[in-house]
Design a protein around this ligand. Structure first.
Ligand code: GDP
Length: 473
């Protein structure tokens, strides 16, 4: 645990390229910390009034000129000056907009490193913004989420978090908890005199209310996760049912933008598509055979694993096959085996037989549920399929604007712990336990909530969070 107020406002000067590697019209190299204006003055000459220094310039000013390494010119650039405390990190900052391209940016960065900067660690700028009180931990994480957002809904959720909606909610919960804690601790101070500053009934009511609020947040994670990570969707069916064809058809035009994100496990992006703002993440397609449980081998077991992990399962069957009726039996069995999983039966290859409508009706009757008929090959019925997929995760789109949603595993776990502590506290109150024990549980609830926004700082947690950022953020 560290005390935020004692941290220095201006850290050692650091520099990093803030834009992605590659060729572009422009790139940004940024510096933050003590003396960065003087470092910039050493390598930069203004085009107009070259005798004036950046160190004497007011904040929020832009300067055009040239960067030099000794006598050799590096690039023509724009330099932006930010003066503490009015910058992202609260420190003095300089942003150099140079020409894009890996070699140019490498030269600019090297110049700054040669003149007194250290290379910034991943997420160091955001970490400084947090340590200097410019943003709380939730907002820092929201910046990361925003950068990595690939769907409109993930982006909007991140924006909401950045605005501080969840922080506001948690801070208000924290204040109420703090109030109850303070009263209890006051009682402990006066323990000789047997006074109650808040009746136990009142306290119990308050703790109950807080517990419900925290539990509501815990529950919102189910949706929050879907919004930020996408709906994990598995396509299963017998070999040749058309799973690969459907996968490609679904990914087709709405394929999400592919990008590699270092430090995250989100490389599955290549298999995401977005329909009406909701992102579906297609996990690898699993072949599924009719198997004897005894001889179930590894491959099939993995398929079942995928089903158990999926938010939505598309059970694909070949309506043209001679065995089409048997497939429904397999679907029904799966339903029984995974009652919690959302399973949608999809009849593929409706183009391959003339009586596909009749066959589907037979299947629907057998399965006792609605079925979607498609031709993955001819791309027929895909609109209806996507609409059905959307409605199966119903309510998700209505949540896009919902203000308070928990989207991160870290927050979810802390809130669950807080809810447990509150439940314990309430039970202790009811059992008329000692004030000390009640106060202990309330204190831990307080700490769990504080961990989320960063009011209670754990160095390890910070390293994990900021380590996931890219360098330059
Ligand atoms: P998977 O083994 O389930 O991945 O099946 P594939 O996607 O590889 O498809 C097996 C075969 O069925 C291929 O020859 C596909 O061209 C064909 N196929 C897939 N979908 C359709 C469809 O909608 N109609 C027709 N007529 N053939 C299809």
């Amino acid at each position: 645990m560290s005390d935020l107020s004692s941290l220095p406002v201006q850290g050692e000067p650091v520099a990093a390229v803030a834009t992605p590697v590659g060729v572009g019209a422009l790139a940004v190299v940024r510096m933050s910390g003590e003396g960065v204006l003087a470092i910039a003055d050493r390598v930069f000459t203004k085009a107009r009034s070259p005798e004036t220094l950046l160190a004497d310039s007011p904040g929020y000013t832009a300067h055009f000129g040239k960067l030099y390494d000794g006598d050799s010119m590096i690039d023509e650039v724009i330099v932006l000056v930010f003066r503490s405390p009015d910058s992202f990190t609260v420190e003095d900052m300089v942003e150099i907009t140079c020409h894009g391209g890996p070699v140019v940016t490498k030269h600019v960065l090297k110049l700054l490193l040669d003149n007194g900067c250290r290379l910034a660690e991943p997420g160091e700028f955001t970490r400084r913004a947090f340590l200097n009180g410019r943003i709380d931990l939730l907002q820092a994480e929201a910046i990361g989420e925003m950068i990595h957002a690939r769907s409109e809904s993930a982006y909007r959720t991140a924006v909401n978090q950045m605005k501080g909606t969840l922080s506001g909610k948690l801070n208000s919960l924290r204040e109420q908890l703090l109030h109850s804690c303070a009263l209890l601790e006051l009682e402990l101070d006066f323990s000789e005199e047997d006074v109650e500053f808040q009746s136990r009934e009142e306290l119990s009511g308050q703790v109950d209310m807080l517990q419900k609020e925290v539990e509501k947040l815990v529950e919102s994670y189910q949706h929050g996760r879907l919004l930020s990570e996408g709906v994990a969707t598995a396509i299963i069916g017998r070999p040749n049912a058309g799973k690969s064809t459907l996968l490609n058809a679904l990914l087709g035009e709405e394929r999400a933008i592919v990008s590699h994100m270092p430090g995250t496990t989100r490389d599955y992006i290549e298999e995401c598509f977005i329909h009406e703002k909701t992102m579906f993440r297609l996990t690898d397609t699993a072949g599924l055979r009719e198997v004897d449980e005894e001889v179930e081998h590894e491959g099939v077991r993995r398929s079942y694993q995928k089903i158990a992990e999926a938010d939505l399962v598309l059970f694909l069957l070949d309506v043209g096959s001679d065995m089409y009726e048997e497939e429904v039996v397999a679907a029904t069995r799966l339903r029984e085996r995974y009652p919690e999983t959302k399973l949608l039966v999809v009849a593929n290859k409706i183009d391959s037989v003339e009586d596909s409508r009749r066959r589907m009706r037979i299947l629907e009757e057998k399965a006792g549920s609605r079925m979607i008929g498609i031709s993955a090959l001819k791309q027929e019925g895909l609109g209806e399929l996507k609409a059905e997929m959307n409605s199966m995760v119903e309510g998700l789109d209505k949540l896009h604007d919902a203000s308070v949603l928990v989207t991160s595993m870290r927050h979810y776990e802390a809130l669950r712990n807080a809810a447990d502590a509150l439940r314990n506290a309430r039970e202790l109150i009811e059992a008329q336990s000692e004030t000390e024990l009640i106060a202990f549980e309330l204190r831990s609830a307080l700490d769990y909530v504080g961990e989320i926004t960063g009011k209670v700082v754990n160095e390890e947690v910070l390293n994990v969070i900021f380590g996931q950022f890219c360098i330059g953020k």
